[in-house]
Design a protein around this ligand. Structure first.
Ligand SMILES: [Zn+2]
Length: 490
């Protein structure tokens, strides 16, 4: 199964959010509040927004996100009103860019939430159909003006008619009303007859939200998420917050049953998934994005690092999450090796960019490097570190250090991750060769010292365990989930 996951939170933006939010706490009594009214128009896949806040005379809406462009044209019927409620003239310079002659406190507009992207990208934008939707303020509120600055106090009220309800990880202040400050982290699930179930994992409350029928029960999904969260907590040593929300919806458009798309924003994981008829297959399908996305609650979402270090928080995360999946029995060891082989195949042509350069071009040319090549390189790092320390240390130690480390505000994510990786392995040679500089991987040579054989003769690369292993090799592979007894029968 190919990984089709993008967790996008701009670290630069989040850092700014953190700093401004802290300032706002001290001066909240002085700052204006923006009130946002949201009315759903499910029949035409639109929402109507009414916004009241500090005076503004220009409004700019997000036009591109995660490589999806032209979002500004989704803003329709934009109108601005003066104190007496009279409509004032508005000019539009480009899709999603509006100006009025005088500052006003109240605007109203509609957002067309019909699908505009490929299904694989679908979780990255707000959408609405006749039964459900995901509303993410980042792409439907104006930005870049004084009235909608980062860290501003916002109240969002949903006008809902039964059986529609709303669920969110944001602070609920009244029925169908929430307070939030950070536009980039907020997410609201709306739907008819939403079902919400809850579990507690060592002090963290996890909410599961859906309104569809799956081959598994809500309790099955919640149990799986609980299992994964517990395993990740073991990796990191603590939880990044007190609550998290998992929203599971079907796609609002026809897709193949095996398709899924996921995004983690703040503490909310939104997962859109096709419907496989068998319970076992559907839970297996759920487990892949779940192990990856729940990892993002810590990395990068709980860190305040700056810059595009996607090579680390995506590619390395795929590897680390797959290790967790093996430990939980959600992935077999041969499947684990196979995922490394697939990642190698899809990225072996990528040699001209370092991982750091590729991260800066993630949505143009760097995608394969950010995900697949970084996954292979994470595996090489983990093998070398485990081997050098006789399995006393692993990549998990790097994650623990990152989450516990007090890095100065504004630190560059690539610098910090590179530094911790180097410290842990006792040399900066690995990061220099594999992360900071372009590299062409010779997988067979890289894996041979660990008792892994790479066969690249066929269309697809195969990785297998050597017939004869040294004790050190066997011990290391066992730590990764290799079991000689079961392996022999495969
Ligand atoms: Zn991700």
């Amino acid at each position: 199964m190919s990984m089709q996951v993008i967790s996008i939170i701009s670290r630069r933006f989040l850092l700014a959010a953190g700093v401004v939010a802290a300032v706002c706490l001290l001066s909240s009594h002085l700052s204006a509040q923006t009130n946002i009214g949201v009315r759903l128009i499910p029949d035409s896949a639109r929402i109507s927004i009414e916004l009241k806040g500090a005076p503004a005379s220009s409004w700019s809406f997000l036009d591109s996100y995660a490589g999806i462009v032209g979002l500004g044209s989704r803003i329709e019927h934009f109108a601005a009103f003066d104190e007496r409620g009279a409509e004032v003239p508005v000019t539009q310079s480009a899709p999603g860019q509006f100006k009025s002659a005088n500052p006003v406190k109240r605007i109203r507009y509609e957002v067309n939430l019909r699908p505009v992207s490929r299904a694989a990208d679908f979780s990255h934008l707000s959408w609405l159909d006749k039964e459900r939707g995901v509303l993410m303020p980042l792409d439907f509120l104006p930005r870049g003006t004084g009235a909608t600055g980062v860290g501003e106090n916002r109240r969002i009220h949903f006008q809902l008619a039964a059986p529609w309800t709303v669920q969110s990880n944001e602070t609920k202040v009244a029925p169908d009303e929430f307070a939030f400050t950070d536009v980039a982290r907020a997410s609201f699930a709306v739907g008819t007859n939403l079902r919400v179930s809850q579990t507690n994992v060592s002090g963290l409350t996890l909410n599961f939200v859906t309104n569809s029928d799956w081959a598994f029960t809500d309790a099955d999904a919640l149990q799986l998420a609980q299992q994964v969260l517990s395993a990740h907590r073991e990796t990191f040593g603590s939880f990044p917050g007190k609550t998290a929300t998992l929203v599971l919806f079907p796609f609002p458009l026809a897709v193949s049953a095996s398709q899924w798309s996921a995004e983690t924003r703040g503490s909310t994981v939104t997962l859109l998934m096709g419907k496989l008829p068998s319970k076992v297959a559907a839970l297996a399908q759920l487990s892949t994005p779940l192990t990856h996305e729940l990892f993002h609650l810590w990395i990068p979402n709980a860190l305040t690092l700056e810059g595009n270090y996607d090579w680390f928080y995506e590619g390395f995360t795929i590897y680390q999450a797959s290790q967790t999946a093996v430990k939980l029995g959600l992935l077999t060891f041969p499947e684990f090796l196979n995922s490394i082989a697939r990642a190698y195949d899809s990225s072996k042509a990528e040699g001209s960019l370092s991982l750091i350069e590729a991260s800066n071009r993630r949505f143009t040319s760097g995608l394969n490097s950010v995900y697949a090549k970084s996954q292979v390189i994470a595996c090489l790092y983990d093998l070398r570190l485990r081997s050098a320390t006789r399995n006393k240390h692993s990549l998990a130690d790097v994650y623990r250090k990152l989450v516990r480390g007090a890095f100065p505000a504004g630190s560059d994510g690539s610098d910090v991750a590179g530094r911790v990786l180097s410290e842990e392995i006792g040399s900066n040679e690995f990061v220099h060769s594999f992360v900071q500089n372009p590299v062409s991987l010779n997988l067979a040579n890289e894996l041979a010292p660990f008792g892994l054989i790479v066969d690249s003769r066929g269309v697809r690369t195969q990785i297998s365990v050597a017939e004869k292993l040294s004790k050190a090799q066997r011990d290391l592979l066992r730590e990764l989930g290799y079991n000689a007894a079961t392996h022999a029968t495969l």
